[in-house]
Structures are given as C-alpha cells and as structure tokens.
Ligand binder design. Structure first.
Ligand SMILES: Nc1ncnc2c1ncn2[C@@H]1O[C@H](COP(=O)(O)OP(=O)(O)OP(=O)(O)O)[C@@H](O)[C@H]1O
Length: 211
C-alpha cells in the first residue's frame, strides 16, 4: 500500500538517516522507534507529503508520491500531529471543516459516526465545546476523531496519545483497533515512546537510527 525506499533526510547539513526503507501493507500496524531527535516526526511528515526528502522515493499504491495530486494523496495518507492545531468554533465545527474541502466534498458529514466515536472515547458531550478551551489531551481526541471520520488508508500517528491519561489512551487504542478492523485497506504507522503501548498496538517495529 505505502512503500518508502532508500530515504535520506538531512537537517542543518547533517544526515539524520539514510537508506531507510519501509513497506506498509493493509492491516499493518508499524511502530516507529528511535531516540528523541532521531527524526521520527520528520519521517512521518515526509511520508505524508508535508516535508521534503533529500533522497529516496515514497510510493502509494505503486505510484510515486510526486505523481499524486497532493490533496488526494494527503486524504489517503494522513498525519496526526502530537499537538494538533484548530481554528475557531466548536468541536462540531472543527469536525465538519474538512468536509468543506473539495477533496472531501462528495461526502456528507457523518454526524452519527462522529457521535459513536466520541461515545467510544467517553466524550459523549464533546460536540458543543469550544475548541479554544480544550486541554491538550482533549485536542488529541478531537484530532483523532476527525482523522477517523475522514478515513485515510494510512494513518500516521505522531505520539498521538501522549497527552492522554491511561484510560483515555486505552480508549483511543481500542477506537483505532476498531477503525482498522472495519476497513479492508487501512494501516497505522505509530510513533510512540512507550514500549508498553508499542507492544499493545504494533505488529512490528521500524527503528529510526541516527547516522
Ligand atoms: N524544520 C526543521 N528545520 C531544521 N531542523 C529541524 C526541523 N524540524 C526538525 N528538525 C531537527 O531534526 C531533528 C529530528 O527532529 P524530529 O522532530 O523528527 O525528531 P523526533 O525523533 O520526532 O524527536 P522526539 O522523539 O523528541 O519527538 C531534531 O534535531 C530537530 O531539531
């Protein structure tokens, strides 16, 4: 589904990593590991088409990233940052916002599904909260639900539960598990510093090694 071959990334004139390869098939849950500063975020952002690479090639469904229309590519390979940014308004406004974009405009906003995910995350009364008042963990839950509703093929999670308490973390993991199982062509690539979480959620690990 998603493949990366011989990737190289440098910042400030030094190589972070090179010769990095990755293959993600449907149903895969890959944990990206490595010390702080090794370039895990930069890898996920490059896979999402948000950051450049100094070398190598990323392909989605056998087609080079550079040959995809970027909005379509990013609707299929979605990056979930550790600290998501929101606009103004309520949680409901924020969940609806991407459905106004051209790439998603053929789909109606799935309110029932949003309510189901929020209930599964123990946030049944979330929709009318103002996004400017959300805690860091609540912001992560909103970003997660937004991503699940948009339904990418590959979801790139960058410490996406790092601000959640243990119960909310388990609920988010269960929601992701359920989401993955519900579609034939879904996969997760997950950066997590927590070995116990990686053991729970990942089917294999990709170490990012400093060069
Ligand atoms: N836009 C940028 N310009 C220059 N250097 C950057 C940029 N973004 C990140 N870096 C540097 O690249 C290195 C890798 O950053 P990155 O955020 O990918 O690390 P990480 O492995 O995700 O770290 P952590 O585990 O602490 O989140 C760091 O040294 C960081 O300072």
């Amino acid at each position: 589904m998603l493949s990366a071959s011989d990737l190289r990334r440098a910042v400030g004139g030094r190589d972070l990593w090179q010769g990095l390869n990755l293959n993600v098939a449907a149903g895969d849950r890959v944990a990206v590991t490595g010390p702080s500063g090794s370039g895990k975020t930069l890898l996920l952002r490059a896979l999402a088409g948000l950051d450049p690479l100094e070398g190598g090639e990323v392909k989605l469904q056998g087609r080079s990233q550079s040959r995809w229309p970027m909005p379509e590519y990013r609707s299929k390979v979605m990056y979930l940052p550790q600290r998501p940014a929101f606009g103004q308004g309520t949680v409901l406004d924020e969940l609806k916002r991407p459905f106004c974009l051209k790439i998603h405009s053929s789909r109606a906003f799935p309110l029932d599904e949003a309510e189901r995910w929020l209930a599964a995350l123990n946030r049944p009364d979330f929709l009318n909260l103002s996004v400017t008042t959300l805690s860091g963990g609540e912001g992560q839950l909103l970003a997660l639900v937004r991503a699940l509703l948009l339904g990418p093929s590959v979801l790139l999670l960058d410490e996406a539960t790092a601000s959640l308490d243990p119960d909310a973390t388990r609920a988010a993991e269960a929601a992701l598990d359920q989401w993955c199982a519900a579609g034939p062509v879904r996969a997760l690539v997950w950066v997590s510093h927590d070995p116990a979480q990686r053991a729970r959620v990942a089917t294999r690990e990709l170490p990012v090694v400093l060069r």
